[in-house]
Structures are given as structure tokens and as C-alpha cells.
Design a protein. Structure first.
Length: 182
């Protein structure tokens, strides 16, 4: 099981849509995303897609509920998507309820996603993107020791306009060096 002293990942279950909807329905949570704020139907659809994707073989999408251990509450979601099996590449992402912002939970979730990717799935490269205006997410990616590779210009249609994306990555040997593995 993927966990730290404060959080753990678990597979999503159908009733998780309610906890996910509590944050996914908020404008502030989706302000830098091409989705949201969600209506109930969209949150239900998201959870159902995650559950269906977990049962695919080979599994490409590892999306987990982030549970705060002390309260046992679902506080967000963390995801690793394998974008290329042949090149061993994955992309990570995370989202948290605003009550848990600025407390290190996103960094812990990112560490667990990197661990899953490099140690369990044997990926070579893991990347993440964020809106250049999303300074909190940029800070998390830097805390994860991911390297800023550059800006992908107008890569996502964000509601009614195009959004640039900052591209960060970490390589397998950088992870093993950082963790003192091998």
C-alpha cells in the first residue's frame, strides 16, 4: 500500500464521488484546469471512469483516493497515467480539497506517485504539467526535485482561452540517486 505517516492511497469506490464533489465543484479548485467546476453528474462519471480504468489490462491509469489517515477522510486524488509503455513514460497529477492546501499533502502525494512509477512500474521518465499561474503546484513540483524543462505554449483549452503549461520531469536515475537506491 502506498502511504506516508499522514496519507494513504486507496482505490476509489463508487461512493467516493460525494467527497470528490466537495472539492471538484469549487471554482477555486478547477481555476487552472480544463474541467470543472463539476456538477454532481461529472463527479460521478469521473469516479466511475477511474474504477473502470483500474480494471483494464494492461493498466494505464493509476488514480487513487488520497485519504488523510488521522481523520480517515478522502481529501483529494492522485494520478499516474502511463503515456508510453515502450518508452516507460508516465505523467502525474494531484488535486486536493482547499482545506488541505499549503500543508505538504500534495508533496507527499507526489512522492507516492513517483515511488509507484519508478519503483513499482519501472518507469524511466515521469513528467507533470501545471499552469504557469498556479504557483502552489509549481512549488510542489520543485519540492519533488522535478526539473523544469520549459513552457508548452497554448497546450490546453481552458474554458474560453488557451493555456500554456509548464513542463517538469524526473528521470529514473535521478530518482534512484535521490533515494540512494541501487
Amino acid at each position: 500500500m502506498l502511504k506516508t505517516s499522514r496519507i494513504q492511497f486507496r482505490e476509489m469506490v463508487p461512493e467516493d464521488w460525494k467527497a470528490i464533489h466537495r472539492y471538484a465543484s469549487q471554482e477555486i479548485v478547477s481555476q487552472f484546469q480544463p474541467w470543472g467546476p463539476n456538477h454532481e453528474k461529472e463527479s460521478i462519471t469521473y469516479v466511475n471512469e477511474v474504477i473502470n480504468d483500474a480494471n483494464r489490462n494492461p493498466r494505464e491509469r493509476y488514480a487513487f483516493a488520497i485519504v488523510e489517515k488521522q481523520s480517515n477522510l478522502l481529501i483529494g486524488a492522485g494520478e499516474l497515467q502511463i503515456t508510453s509503455f515502450s518508452n516507460r513514460v508516465g505523467e502525474i497529477g494531484y488535486v486536493l480539497h482547499p482545506d488541505y492546501w499549503g500543508k505538504g499533502f500534495a508533496t507527499e502525494a507526489g512522492e507516492l506517485l513517483l515511488k509507484l512509477g519508478f519503483e513499482d512500474l519501472q518507469l524511466h521518465r515521469i513528467f507533470a504539467t501545471c499552469d504557469p499561474r498556479n504557483k502552489a503546484s509549481e512549488k510542489v513540483l520543485k519540492k519533488l526535485d522535478m526539473t523544469l524543462e520549459g513552457i508548452i505554449r497554448e497546450s490546453i483549452l481552458l474554458k474560453d482561452r488557451w493555456r500554456d503549461s509548464m513542463l517538469f520531469s524526473l528521470l529514473e536515475h535521478e530518482w534512484t540517486d535521490k533515494k540512494g537506491l541501487k
